[in-house]
Design a binder for this molecule. Sequence first.
Ligand SMILES: [Zn+2]
Length: 509
Amino acid sequence: MSAGRSSANTRTSSMTRPMPQLNNTPTVSSVTRSIQTGSMNVTASSARSRPLTVVRQGSTDRGSISTQNIPPTVSISQRRISNDTTRPTITSQDRSTVTINQHYGNGAVSESSNDDTEQCEPNGYNLASTMKANEESTSATASSIDRQNTQSYLLLESQLKSGGLTGLQNLGNTCFMNSVLQCLSNTKPLLLFCYKEDLDTHFNRSSTSVMKGSLMKEYANLIRTMWSSSSSHSVVSPSAFKSIVGRFASRFVGYAQQDSQEFLRYLLQGLHEDVNRVQQKPSPSKIDEKAEEKKKETERARTSWERCLLYDNSAIADIFAGQLKSTLECTHCQYQSTTFDMFWDLSIPLPRNKSSSSVQECIQLFMSKEELDGNEKPMCAKCKQKRRCTKKFSIQKCPDILVLHLKRFSQARGRTKLNTHVDFPIINLKLDDLADVMSTSYEGPVPTYNLFGISNHSGTAYSGHYTAQCKHPFTNQWHEFNDSSVYSLSDKSRFISSNAYVLFYERNK
Ligand SMILES: [Zn+2]
């Protein structure tokens, strides 16, 4: 979703539209910038007295979910998570458009929430020995429980060291899905989450939950199967997973080629809702703008983040969500209005008329000031009239996993693809080396990021193939995943090509 931009904008291409909603509540967002297509997605709705109101809108292309569609409980193999699939009772009711004014805080980031991935590491994994050990230690002290958790983690780590090099069968144009699955499979905190012994206790089974954990369950089953073999010649069929994806997102039912980044958004949104800790999302509350303005920006950012967590709070958000600041400045009176949004990935534009660029340049382009003029003029809260304004993004809170989507596809003049060669660092992507990328009120050290996954697209806008290149989270060896084939990669220069489409970076701890 575009921060500060209405998702209702008709010029928003399929590449930049908001993540789908699984129910009538606000959805998580990724952020896109449409500077290259010349469209600024600020519409009349966002041009009133609160220029940066975020309009969240229900998706219309989701298949309705009815109780008839829910499969019987799948046969549970040794590696499957043994809980029942509760039959969802919800139907496609009430997906009306919701306008929320929740993102209006400001400021800095609490460092404590920056380190959330650690929580994935030592707490209980689904190993029989661990379970037994835990049963026997009811009177154990906290430190011995910690020790056992550490031991079970080490046991898991040694098991996973030899896993993960499993190919995925192409079910018919499903390379887009396989490419994303391999990148996510190598996302360490997400992988460890799938191995949590108490994973089923994380499932959101509230009455408003659409999937009741069934998507997360099937995803974890697939991931565990992919990590159970120590051979690089093993191949797994993702058909059970694909069929459950099709149940919550009907667009993925058939075998048409799809966009891997769009699929990533759907999947993360679905997994997030399936383990959302929020059982009952509150009604949008009105924000006292005058009171907000008096607060320090760091305080406003924190409040805004906390407000987001009232709706979207899950282990998936802990891993992928960051916070983006959006500043609108009136060119007449210099009045600034600032809003904050949660983002799950950044869709960064490629510079025009250049055959090569760098990911740093693309990030800076995304964060650069752009002018809103003509029909896009927002209402200045101080001048009380429509004014030419500048708009600028900056990062307020860094996610643990930073997903960068290179906007190679454009709908501007028919569907086209930019084959610009974009260089990107494999280690030490430094955001604070880039001018005007970090928010002025960002607090604490700015993390550096290391690359661990690439979703590649080769071919044209109409016909192409997806592959993935990923770094093993335990051996740090790179491999290429081309549907059912897995190859070892030794020459890192091969990673950087004009096929790179979605980049996965992890925070350097
Ligand atoms: Zn003004």
